[in-house]
Design a protein around this ligand. Structure first.
Ligand code: NBP
Length: 471
């Protein structure tokens, strides 16, 4: 019996996705560049072996899938995808669909689609989030493609996706690059969320002098409140863990230099290209870059000392509560930015990304999953494309939440503790709610040195200032 679907790339994500597909009753034909991995995967598939067809050549793979064939590519993003598509094409027909499920840059997805000839198979760009666990037991799936191709792969995607109260976390979000773009912004928001959590951890550690264990208990408690989310949950678990080698708290033996594979950076770049402020995401990307300057930071800490700022903050319950509420307010601002970037890209590329649906498919399966996203989905219902900070439910939350955010950013600043993403979120919020900003001065400066002109309040046309006279 032929397979229902094919999958190429049995790395961490691909192997788990293939098992997920098999477990959901679909027959899956698999191929991996390194053949030994295919054999090993099949041998270890246990009771799911009957649903899996291991293939050692691409020709064999194509033969073993029922036409028209859907084939998922789960290989390293970049050139590997181009290589695989080129190698696969001779064995496929026009009706087949290649689904790139890796973390592709959406520009590559758009290019790959443009490069397809009239007799080539269809190409679908699909973002998958949830790491290894998600791939195995239900990821969040963000698809970019035509409604026709989505309709053909929808049953299997619905089956393997995460479920939020029974609702599938897979959706078609627009044509061509839309799915990979949304995945990129998902990762950007993930960066911001993680960075803000790390900043609050820093305040609790260095401002309040708490142990990892004590901080872990605070996060555990927060996970039962409005911050409830996968990231807060794992933060509590991480902080409670002990290093086997030394018996020290595990976080204390880890070098404070964060890695990045690029998707968070792409989110910041795309926001900049679109001219949409995403300062929480940008600050988080920059914070990872600063974290990698281990040697320089050590030198600078010696050169500057503590500048007399180091002090223990008042660690009473009121401050801990402000940290909880302030973190949530920071998150709201960062998510508002991320969704705004998607709305902007959607307009720019004519994608029509449904923001409420996007929030809905992030409620389970993905790394930023949370109840909070259910509230975001509700906020976008019927008011697609408007900034989240203008949604009535969020206006109410930010009225009090921003005050806590202000308090913790201010206290941290006075104690010399860095909170770049939280501070960026606060700066964005305060700028966003300021009806009369300060760009009038920027316009005057631009006109002064470059004769760029400016608009007068309430008048049509372009004007120049009396600068030469002022000189
Ligand atoms: P792994 O590193 O575990 O596996 C990479 C796979 O790509 C292997 O099957 C490898 O084959 C294959 N591959 C490479 Br590398 N170069 C190839 C080439 N030139 N031609 C054909 N196959 C090639 O990666 P992973 O973590 O499973 O990630 C796969 C994709 O999923 C990436 O785009 C990643 O960004 C994305 N993603 C990862 C996560 C996560 O949490 N890990 C989450 C969401 C998305 P080989 O065995 O022959 O080397």
């Amino acid at each position: 019996q032929q397979a229902d679907i094919g999958l190429i790339g049995l790395g961490v994500m691909g192997a788990n996705l293939a098992l997920n597909i098999a477990e959901n009753g679909y027959r899956v034909a698999v191929f991996n560049r390194t053949v030994a991995k295919t054999r090993e995967f099949y041998e270890e598939a246990g009771s799911l072996k009957g649903q899996i067809i291991p293939c050692e050549t691409l020709e064999d793979l194509a033969k073993n899938i029922r036409a028209p064939r859907p084939i998922i590519l789960m290989v390293k993003a970049g050139e590997a995808v181009d290589e695989q598509v080129a190698a696969l094409k001779p064995f496929l027909a026009k009706e087949d669909i290649i689904i790139d499920a890796g973390n592709a840059n959406f520009h590559d997805t758009v290019r790959r689609l443009a490069e397809l000839g009239p007799n080539d198979p269809t190409f679908v760009g699909m973002g998958v989030s949830g790491g290894e666990e998600g791939a195995r037991h239900g990821p969040s799936i963000m698809v970019g493609g035509t409604p026709e191709s989505y309709a053909r792969i929808e049953p299997v995607l619905t089956a393997i996706s995460a479920k939020y109260h029974g609702e599938s976390c897979s959706a078609l979000l627009g044509p061509d690059g839309a799915g990979h773009f949304v995945k990129t912004i998902h990762n950007g928001i993930e960066y911001a969320d993680m960075q803000m959590i790390a900043e609050v951890y820093g305040v609790l550690r260095d401002g309040l002098g708490l142990t990892p264990e004590a901080i872990g208990r605070i996060f555990e408690k927060w996970n039962n409140g409005p911050l409830n989310s996968y990231l807060i949950e794992i933060t509590a678990k991480v902080l409670a863990a002990t290093d086997k080698k030394t018996g020290e708290p595990a976080v204390d033996v880890i070098l404070d230099s964060a890695g990045q594979k690029g998707t968070g950076r792409w989110a910041a770049i795309e926001a900049q290209m679109l001219g949409i402020p995403a300062t929480g995401i940008e600050a988080a990307v920059a914070a990872r870059s600063i974290s990698s300057l281990v040697k320089e930071r050590s030198e600078a800490s010696k050169a500057y000392g503590d500048l007399g700022t180091a002090k223990l903050l008042d660690g009473g319950q009121a401050f801990i509560d402000a940290l909880e509420e302030g973190l949530l307010a920071g998150k709201i601002a960062a998510y508002a930015q991320g969704f705004d970037v998607m709305a902007g890209a959607s307009k720019e590329h004519g994608w029509n990304i449904p923001l409420a649906t996007t929030a809905r498919i992030w409620r389970a399966g993905c790394i930023i999953r949370s109840q909070f996203l259910d509230q975001i989905a509700a906020a976008f219902e019927g008011r697609e494309g408007k900034n989240l900070l203008l949604a009535p439910a969020f206006v109410e939350r930010m009225k009090t939440g921003s005050q806590s955010l202000r308090k913790i950013v201010a206290e941290a600043a006075l104690a010399g503790l860095p909170t770049p993403a939280l501070a960026a979120a606060l700066g964005y919020f305060d700028s966003f709610r300021q009806a009369r900003g300060t760009a009038n001065l920027i316009q005057a400066q631009r006109d002064f040195f470059g004769a760029h002109g400016f608009k007068r309040i309430g008048e049509e046309g372009d004007f120049h200032g009396p600068w030469s006279e002022a000189n």
